[in-house]
Design a binder for this molecule. Structure first.
Ligand code: ADP
Ligand code: MG
Length: 215
């Protein structure tokens, strides 16, 4: 079972990953955007961890809802409302239970990903964060393995390289967006990867991931 502490640790792990990878995310955004994706998410997830420390919510749903609100209010770029919607909607779908199963999280994540698609009007193959999130939610729903979700997200992010951007700032470049990995798909792969890391270091009873716990 996954409790509020698990979700707080996931958000802290994401904040740390974004700090570590900010340079790379901004570099990717400088190729097909405006070079702010790393700093946008750094600012957003720093606010998320500060808010979660100040007043730790008691349920998984409330942790994600608070995180989503922080992202919406602190990130100026397109990614703020999109990530904020992802986390808020996922949190809402988890309801007010104190603990949730990986299956419940998989279903909630799918609702969150659907909300991102609805808000941004993008679909699979448009070279956006959805190209990592859709396969990740699909893999998690099918296998209930966070490791499988991580692999699917990483693969989806890499697969954005040959795509032409159809949504967001990168779409203004037309064919010149081809040949670069999408920054938002890359940060979404980080979000799923940190989820898998959090599961690896927790006793979730998720035997599908038991072999991947590492050191
Ligand atoms: P901005 O484009 O406003 O500078 P960011 O640089 O923080 O915002 O985020 C850019 C990322 O946001 C893109 O790489 C893409 O993955 C994602 N994105 C942009 N528009 C959309 C959209 N309509 N739907 C889904 N994702 C989008
Ligand atoms: Mg940008």
């Amino acid at each position: 079972m996954l409790d509020a502490e698990f979700f707080r640790r996931w958000m802290s792990a994401m904040a740390a990953a974004v700090d570590r990878e900010a340079g790379r995310l901004t570099e990717l955004d400088s190729a097909i955007g405006d070079a702010d994706h790393g700093s946008n998410l750094q600012r957003g997830f720093a606010a998320v961890t500060a808010a979660l420390e100040k007043e730790p919510p008691g349920t998984p749903g409330a942790v994600l809802a608070l995180a989503g609100r922080q992202l919406i209010s602190t990130v100026g770029g397109a990614s703020g409302p999109l990530y904020g919607t992802l986390l808020r909607r996922t949190g809402k779908a988890l309801g007010d239970e104190g603990e949730v199963t990986p299956a419940q999280l998989a279903e909630a994540l799918r609702a969150g990903v659907d909300a991102v698609a609805q808000l941004g009007g993008a679909k699979a193959g448009d070279k956006t964060m959805l190209d990592a999130l859709i396969p990740a939610a699909g893999a998690l729903g099918e296998s209930l393995s966070f490791g499988a979700a991580r692999a699917a997200a990483d693969e989806g992010a890499l697969a954005t390289v040959p795509l032409q951007a159809r949504k967001g700032r990168a779409s203004y470049l037309g064919e010149r967006s081809i040949g670069h990995q999408d920054p938002g798909a890359t940060s979404s792969a980080l979000l799923i990867s940190t989820l898998a890391d959090t599961a690896d270091t927790a006793d979730t009873g998720d035997t599908a991931d038991a072999g991947e716990a590492g050191a």
